[in-house]
Design a protein around this ligand. Structure first.
Ligand code: 30K
Length: 752
């Protein structure tokens, strides 16, 4: 008989009626012992107490007291009671009784994958790789591959190639290149590459790998981006040596920095008495790598530091080097003392004369300077004041520092343009199609012929026929302003056509058009990191403008343009005409035109536009970007927007918006403009968020109410029914308040 897959053959009973004979069973074919199978044969000829059992081997399953082979397409990986299982996806069994299924062609199983796991394949290349260059660093961001190969263990490797001559001739980047957090096995889809050479072409390859990438013979697929670094200050001077130390002078020698990043214009030697840096320090300039510092006190310990300067700025100061000047001789004879006194008196007289001369002439003579070295002395560590372009401003008004020139500050505005813009011959422009139109004219796409170069795609803004002289002046004022800017996040002016009756502004072509339309047509298609990258670009462009003292007044996503690499650039400069062209700008009671939804309350009320009011608008652009081009304050009327904002309500976090980003928006919307962050702070907050993606993981709760700014004073909250905004307003607002209006359940979070 067969019991538990063990066969028991006939046995002779014991002689005694109460005796039991132990009989061992034999496992059937294709089975193996689990516990020794045995039974007892009683004196009555019965089988009693079955113990132990056999189980079918790997590749076999139990069927009616026998073990039969797994069919094709099935497998059993280990001995046991379980039945044969169907082969996992992308695998097959070639013969019956399979213990494992073989992977189909181009599919693999990683060493630690169990036989029950599906076969998988390497991922495709990452997508949407974007770069943002900052001096000699570049931030790379990308989105996960569309085909993950069926696995979730994706990591990324970065390959950096330097292309000194052309993109075809590249070499591996040097060991000094820094990858943050690391170059390989990246878990997050972003990377900062620093310490690159200035003004150099680089090609970055980002490949996605998973647990079976090493098993596939096929080459890995990567996303590639080519960049050119910008200028950067020289690296630190590292080695500085003392050549000679006298009683009153010290000679120093140092090495050129490892990465000069340009032509070194001069070295600056900073020196001070040890522990007295805070009180005063002196600097000396030198054009070679050695200098002698004289006029030092004898027997005194001095600290020396050297840094290099190129047209891109100053490098970091070297490590401090301490040198003690020689001690003075203890005794002088009477003759020497008389000589010293005489010299001192003569020196004093000469100095007095010099001071008197200087006061009279109010200038200084180059003849007093050594050709190589120029000496300066600053108190309390202050740097010398920069030299600014003197500009006319209306009497009675103190302007913010302004380092760009407004065309209207020139007597003849047309001439202002010529200082900064380039006249292009109309015959070199080939207009191909219209890509947009406004009140003052059309924007066209076309090509610009540049002698000796390939045709360049450009956008051409043309003034509508029948314009007045004032309209032409205002139109061209945009070019005059734009021509003064040079920044990767500001739309670049190629030139103007002003000859004869023509008036055209030729700018760079931006492949993805304006930011608001672009986001609306790609709703939900970007990672938060990509959206933050775009905002960082806008912030950097605005930082540049505010540093020049330029106040934009109409910063909105519709006035930001996006290129083929998702780089965002601020556009729409000029004087009155920009707002006239803007369909979102509304006329105020005083006759001005203001884009209410984007404008800070103080600028609406008193027309006090400033970089701080631009920061408010930047907050609204942040909201537009995170809401994929949604209209701020939806269909509320301008009047209701003004009153809600005045009452302390602010736009809620868009769906899925990280808490940190909504907080930054709320900071930009501080009622007191002095409390709003500056663009430099905004850019560094965004940079910090980009560097630590986990900070973007916490999303603000899907808040259906307009949260008032936390910085507002907090009087006792009114009863829900008495909340001012809801039922008393017009139909538009009532509809919008489906989102904005506080309800009793969310009221604790609504502090008015
Ligand atoms: O490439 C482009 N370069 C530009 C330079 C473009 C537009 C401007 N100025 C406009 C910016 C928006 N502002 C709104 C009040 C009006 C002036 C300067 C430009 C455009 C573009 C043209 C008109 C309006 C908005 C953008 C552009 N549109 C595109 C559409 C495009 N480039 C590329 C593709 C595209 O596909 C739909």
């Amino acid at each position: 008989m067969v019991r538990n897959l063990a066969a028991f053959s006939e046995a002779v009973t014991g002689a005694d009626s109460s005796s039991l004979v132990e009989v061992r069973g034999q496992c059937v074919r294709h089975s193996e012992e689990r516990d020794t199978p045995k039974m007892y044969c009683s004196a009555e000829g019965e089988w009693l107490v079955p113990i132990g059992k056999c189980v079918c081997s790997a590749g076999y399953e139990e069927r009616r007291d026998a073990c039969v082979a797994c069919e094709l397409g099935f497998y059993k990986s280990a001995p046991g009671d379980q039945l044969c299982a169907r082969c996992p996806p992308h695998s097959h069994s070639a013969a019956p009784a399979a213990q494992a299924c073989r992977c189909d062609l181009s599919y693999f199983r990683a060493a630690l994958d169990p036989p029950s796991a599906a076969c998988t394949r390497p991922p495709s290349a990452p997508v949407n790789l974007i770069s943002s260059v900052n001096g000699t660093s570049v931030t790379l961001e990308w989105a996960p591959p569309l085909d993950r190969g069926g696995r979730s263990d994706i990591t990324y490797n970065a390959v950096c190639r330097r292309c000194p001559w052309a993109l075809g001739h590249c070499e591996t980047c040097g060991g000094s290149t820094r990858f943050v957090p690391q170059q390989t096995s990246l878990v997050q889809a972003s990377l900062l590459v620093a310490n690159l050479l200035a003004h150099m072409n680089y090609s970055f390859w980002i490949e996605a790998v998973n647990g079976v990438s090493d098993l596939s013979p096929e080459p890995r697929r990567a996303a590639v981006v080519n960049i050119t670094t910008n200028q950067a200050a020289p690296s630190q001077v590292v080695v500085i040596r003392q050549e000679r130390a006298g009683q009153t002078s010290v000679s120093l020698l140092w090495q050129e920095p490892e990465q000069p990043n340009g032509i070194i214009l001069e070295y600056e030697i900073k020196y001070y008495e040890k522990d007295k840096e805070m009180q005063s320090y002196s600097t000396l300039k030198a054009v070679t790598t050695r200098a002698t510092v004289s006029g030092l006190k004898p027997g005194t310990r001095y600290v020396f530091q050297v840094r290099a300067r190129t047209s891109a700025g100053c490098g970091r100061f070297s490590q401090a080097m301490e040198v003690e000047t020689g001690k003075p001789r203890p005794r002088y004879d009477t003759r020497t003392i008389v000589w010293i006194c005489l010299t001192l008196i003569t020196g004093l007289v000469v100095l007095l004369l010099l001071v008197i001369c200087k006061k009279r002439h109010c200038g200084y003579s180059k003849a007093f300077q050594h050709s190589d070295e120029e000496k300066m002395h600053y108190q309390n560590g202050q740097a010398p004041p920069p030299v600014f372009l003197p500009l006319h401003h209306p009497p009675g008004k103190i302007p913010e520092p302004q380092f760009y020139a407004e065309p209207h500050t020139y007597e003849e505005p047309g001439r202002a343009g010529r200082g900064f813009t380039r006249e292009i011959e109309a015959s070199r422009i080939h207009i191909e199609k219209i890509i947009g139109s406004g009140e003052s004219g059309e924007v066209c796409y076309g090509h610009l012929q540049v002698p000796g170069q390939r045709d360049m795609p450009v956008a051409i803004k043309a003034l509508k026929a029948g314009y007045t002289e004032r309209q032409r002046r205002d139109f061209l004022s945009e070019a005059s302003i734009m021509g003064q800017f040079d920044h990767p996040n500001i739309i670049r002016l190629e030139g103007v056509v002003t000859r004869g009756q023509l008036a055209m502004i030729v700018t760079e072509y931006m492949e993805n058009g304006s930011l608001d339309t672009f986001l609306r047509t790609h709703d939900g298609q970007f990672t938060i990191m990509q959206l933050v990258g775009m905002l960082r670009g806008v912030g950097a462009g605005m930082r540049y403008l505010s540093d020049l003292g330029y106040v934009h007044r109409d910063l909105a996503a519709r006035n930001v343009l996006v290129d083929g690499n998702l780089v965002c650039k601020v556009s729409d400069f000029g004087l009155s005409r920009v707002l006239e062209d803007d369909p979102d700008a509304a006329y105020t009671t005083t006759g001005g035109k203001i884009p209410i939804r984007w404008t800070a309350p103080e600028a609406i009320a008193f027309r006090t536009f400033s970089s701080a009011s631009d920061v408010w608008s930047f907050g609204v652009v942040m909201w537009e970007v995170l809401a994929y081009g949604e209209r701020p304050y939806w269909n509320m009327t301008n009047r209701d927007v003004i009153s809600s904002v005045e009452e302390g309500y602010r736009l809620p976090a868009p769906m899925g918006c990280p808490r940190a980003l909504h907080q930054l928006m709320l900071d930009c919307w501080h009622k007191d403009r002095a409390q709003r962050p500056r663009f430099s702070q905004i850019v560094s907050v965004l940079d910090t968020l980009i560097r630590s993606p986990e900070s973007l993981r916490a999303t603000a709760t899907v808040n259906r109410c307009l949260a008032p700014t936390p910085a507002l004073p907090t009087p006792a909250p009114p009863a829900p029914a008495a909340l001012p905004a809801c039922p008393r307003q017009g139909p538009d607002l009532v509809q919008a308040l489906g989102w904005l209006c506080p309800d009793p359940w969310t009221r604790p979070s609504l502090v008015l």
